[in-house]
Design a protein around this ligand. Structure first.
Ligand SMILES: *[C@@H]1O[C@H](CO)[C@@H](O)[C@H](O)[C@H]1NC(C)=O
Ligand SMILES: *[C@@H]1O[C@H](CO)[C@@H](O)[C@H](O)[C@H]1NC(C)=O
Length: 432
């Protein structure tokens, strides 16, 4: 892509601002933090959304830092200054994005912060991304729209919207043809963030992923709405890597790519009461894409609904990978309507020319109480690796009615290199 070097001036502008304000570099500072209490933080997040704010919390409003709510004047620098002031405040602080329309280019909200309790970001307005893709590239740190980095203790709450204005840039996405394509900017990236609550906000038309969580721990994400067209490329709803204890619940994700995707190093992830569709459903992987990937373990997807998605629950790994493990996964009480590939393991993903099998070892995977309708003849499709066959695959009460062409029967499961234990109802019929 020809856009790779055009964003340099923007990056320099951000770096200069960081230097001017000091504190952008991660440095050792002693912040007396109150111990993080998730229940307190949840109560706070809910209260603030209803306008209940503790009088001890100092408010930092982007309007007071010069941001114009006209939806036209780029307010990135005003947002960064507001953030730095809140983050550097040595008491409880809340950055406020009030009602109104704001336009901002790429920004980095960089900690560590000096607040004793979680930094609050309240979003009431509509924040729009600069649609010009050339503003976003040119350096590793500038590839996302909003990057939130190096923060321990964060609450993002409110009913505001982050609009990535991605429609203009989707045409530059060539990832269907190019294994090493350049990723488009995520709406919000969390990097090295721990103890965070994200509630109520909306993310629409991201250029790339909507929410991207990496190198992070202990997140609760709920009442979040994610929206992009079915044909928008690589617009994963929530994508995560190298992160643990992420709990996602009571959310709606309608997008062009995976609803939630969990790649290497995703551990102890729980997803409950989430509705997906359109999109590509839940995805573990792609795994085995990079050298020496971290293992994936402890994934629970429960009480969720998928409507008209390409896949329901999918585990996919690249051929010719270095060894890693994906184990301990439960997909339970899931309803699917008109899903194309409801249950799918594909260990022959990508690297089509390679004859080397995947070395990602998949084990201990439970599919329990999965019901609804499918549009494909092969509703359960387990294609495992010949070098590391799938171990401990459990199927309990699978009831997926076929709604495709009636003359297209037989309706079936297929299993390759997979050890499967069946309990209860099996529709499609089990592999023989
Ligand atoms: C994940 O959960 C298991 C079981 O509760 C625990 O032993 C392990 O330490 C957790 N790992 C992480 C990274 O949180
Ligand atoms: C989850 O789904 C199961 C099966 O549909 C249902 O019995 C259970 O009540 C649900 N749990 C919650 C917390 O909604």
């Amino acid at each position: 892509m020809a856009m790779a070097f055009t964003g340099i001036t923007q990056v320099i502008a951000i770096l200069l601002l960081c230097i001017a304000l000091a504190g952008c570099e991660a440095k050792v500072i002693n912040v007396a933090k109150d111990p993080y209490n998730a229940d307190d933080a949840l109560a706070k997040a809910r209260g603030i959304a209803k306008g209940k704010v503790d009088p001890n919390v100092k408010v930092f409003n982007v309007l007071d830092f010069g941001a114009k709510a006209d939806g036209k004047t780029n307010a990135a620098m005003n947002f960064i200054r507001t953030f730095k002031a809140a983050c550097n405040f040595r008491g409880s602080a809340m950055m406020v994005i009030p009602q109104g329309n704001f336009l901002i280019g790429p920004v980095i909200f960089q900690g560590p912060c000096f607040n004793p309790s979680p930094l609050i970001i309240k979003v009431a307005g509509i924040v729009k991304a600069d649609p010009d893709i050339s503003e976003y590239t040119g350096g590793a740190d500038a590839t996302e729209w909003i990057t939130i980095q190096n923060i321990d203790g964060l609450i993002i709450t409110g009913s505001g919207t982050f609009d990535g204005q991605g429609a203009e840039s989707w045409k530059y996405n060539d990832c269907t043809k190019n294994d090493n394509c350049i990723r488009m900017p995520a709406n919000i990236m969390f990097n090295k963030v721990s103890n965070a609550i994200i509630r109520g906000i909306r993310s629409i038309d991201a250029k790339g992923f909507h929410i991207f969580i990496s190198n992070s721990q202990n997140f609760r994400i709920f009442n979040v709405h994610i929206i992009a067209p079915a044909d928008s490329p690589n617009t994963d709803g929530i994508h995560m890597s190298k992160s643990s204890v992420v709990k996602i619940s009571r959310s709606n994700i309608a997008t062009g790519d995976d609803c939630v995707s969990m790649i290497q190093g995703s551990q102890n992830i729980s997803i409950k009461k989430v509705t997906c569709g359109p999109g590509h459903g839940y995805s573990i992987g792609s795994l085995g894409h990079y050298e020496d990937e971290l293992d994936v373990s402890g994934i629970i997807v429960k009480n969720s609904t998928l409507i008209g998605t390409d896949n329901g629950v999918r585990i996919k790994t690249y051929k010719a990978s270095t060894p890693s493990k994906a184990s301990g996964m439960i997909f339970q009480d899931i309803v699917m309507y008109g899903v194309r590939n409801p249950i799918i393991i594909n260990q022959e993903y990508g690297k089509q020319s390679s004859k080397e099998p995947s070395k990602v070892a998949i084990s201990d995977v439970h599919f329990v109480n999965i019901r609804g309708t499918t549009t494909s003849k092969v509703a359960v499709n387990l294609l495992c690796s010949e070098s590391t066959p799938c171990q401990g695959i459990h199927m309990k009460n699978i009831n997926l009615a076929y709604t495709g062409e009636p003359n297209n029967l037989p309706y079936s499961s297929t299993c390759t290199n997979a050890k499967v234990e069946y309990i209860g109802i099996q529709n499609p019929p089990p592999c023989t």
